[in-house]
Design a protein around this ligand. Structure first.
Ligand SMILES: Nc1ncnc2c1ncn2[C@@H]1O[C@H](COP(=O)(O)OP(=O)(O)OP(=O)(O)O)[C@@H](O)[C@H]1O
Ligand SMILES: *[C@@H]1O[C@H](CO)[C@@H](O)[C@H](O)[C@H]1NC(C)=O
Ligand SMILES: *[C@@H]1O[C@H](CO)[C@@H](O)[C@H](O)[C@H]1NC(C)=O
Ligand SMILES: *[C@@H]1O[C@H](CO)[C@@H](O)[C@H](O)[C@H]1NC(C)=O
Ligand SMILES: [Mg+2]
Length: 360
């Protein structure tokens, strides 16, 4: 906002310089000064409008490649997924960039492009690895990291590389001075919209209602999502996505061990008290509403602590409170939350715009 007086005084000086040298005045002096001022205000208005209401740049409406093919970055055409042979000969691992319980991830090079090569860490995890690969193949979309190839014989998967890494790095990344211009409540709320869009996609996916089970605490959950260079989100780790099938009355359990804490939904906790030891066979199963319970915590992390974050939190208070209903069925759907987030984003953008208009 402090940009306004500076611009005005700069313009005033220029107008004076111009009139001093002019031998003959065509316009009345007052009009000669007012006209450029009005023009400048209009320009400034347009500039501010652009700054405040420009939608988040997103990838051009890319028609997705047919199954078994991919396209990334500046590639014009869709390419078939790389085979075992191509993975072995054309992909060169450069350095390790991540590791979890299932995969070790290497920044690698393929045809002068940066790619991410994931290798199974231990054969004990092979089932999870293959499940994740099956999900990655079946859920390719703008919400999911792009699959470039795989080799089941070698236990490798190749995906698009995202240099900003996982959401675990979000604070450190947005703290860099070169990213100060995106460290705003608008962009951060847009990331929360992306996050809930991913959950909505998983709950209505081509492979049925899928639950994001690899999310028993906040850091773990954040590590499953990547931040793209455009500051949009994609889900990366799909190794634990069990199916809820209402028509066959199939519910899910996230793992076979006892869960603790209030990050997980209450129905994920052992219900029979401390006197009775945990027994997986007696543990009740649950549905996708466990993902809804976790949304307020992840969104709050995404909103962070920048100017405007608390104003956004205030507007999301009611919907987030509903997400924390003890009864799963009373929690909103991902679609309900998405609608509310988008409404708040537009409402607050309009408010900021009208405040800006008043200042001019
Ligand atoms: N395509 C990618 N681009 C950049 N970094 C990546 C990419 N894929 C994975 N990583 C990094 O590697 C980390 C581990 O990846 P991932 O979550 O897939 O492993 P995992 O073994 O399945 O994890 P978990 O322990 O949750 O099962 C990620 O959190 C991220 O930091
Ligand atoms: C980012 O956006 C640009 C153009 O807006 C697009 O060309 C590019 O593919 C996008 N990158 C990612 C990683 O989505
Ligand atoms: C952000 O940067 C400031 C100053 O450069 C530093 O004090 C702070 O610890 C950083 N925070 C994070 C999360 O990196
Ligand atoms: C859900 O169960 C029904 C009945 O058993 C089955 O026909 C259907 O294919 C299942 N849906 C998915 C997505 O697996
Ligand atoms: Mg992971």
């Amino acid at each position: 906002m402090n940009l306004e007086p500076a611009e005005h005084s700069g313009m005033g000086r220029k107008a004076q310089d111009g009139s001093r040298g002019a031998p003959r005045r065509v316009l009345p002096p007052a009009l000669g000064l007012l006209l450029p001022m009005a023009l400048l205000n209009a320009l400034l208005y347009l500039f501010l409008a652009w700054v405040f209401i420009a939608p988040t740049p997103s990838a051009p409406a890319s028609t997705h490649c047919p199954r078994g093919h991919f396209r990334m970055g500046q590639m014009k055409n869709c390419s078939p997924w790389l085979s075992c042979e191509e993975l072995r000969t054309e992909v060169r691992p450069l350095k390790r960039v991540g590791e979890g319980a299932v995969k070790r991830v290497f920044l690698s090079e393929w045809k002068e492009r940066k790619v991410a090569l994931s290798r199974l860490t231990s054969l004990e995890m092979k089932d999870d690895f293959l499940h994740g690969l099956q999900m990655l193949k079946g859920l390719q979309s703008k919400h999911v990291v792009t699959l470039l190839g795989y080799c089941e014989d070698d236990n490798t998967v190749l995906t698009e590389y995202h240099p900003l890494g996982s959401l675990s790095n979000l604070e450190a990344t947005l703290n860099l001075s070169k990213y100060q211009n995106v460290n705003t409540w608008q962009r951060r709320l847009q990331m929360a919209v992306d996050y809930v869009s991913i959950i909505h996609y998983l709950h209505h996916s081509p492979l049925g209602t899928r639950v994001m089970c690899d999310s028993s605490d906040l850091p773990k959950t954040l590590s499953q999502y990547l931040l793209t260079s455009n500051f949009s989100l994609v889900v990366n780790d799909l190794d634990a996505l069990p199916l809820v099938n209402r028509s066959s009355r199939t519910l899910v359990k996230c793992g076979h061990r006892e869960l603790h804490g209030d990050f997980v939904a209450p129905e994920q906790l052992w219900p029979y008290g401390e006197d009775m030891p945990f027994d997986d066979d007696l543990m009740p199963s649950y549905d996708e509403k466990i993902d809804i319970w976790k949304i307020p915590d992840i969104s709050s992390f995404l909103l962070g602590h920048v100017e405007g974050s608390d104003m956004v939190r205030f507007h999301l208070f009611d919907i987030h409170k509903a997400c924390k209903s003890q009864t799963p069925a009373e929690r909103p759907t991902a679609q309900d939350i998405l609608d509310t987030y988008k409404k708040v984003l537009n409402l607050l953008r309009d408010t900021v715009m009208s405040q800006t208009r008043e200042m001019l």
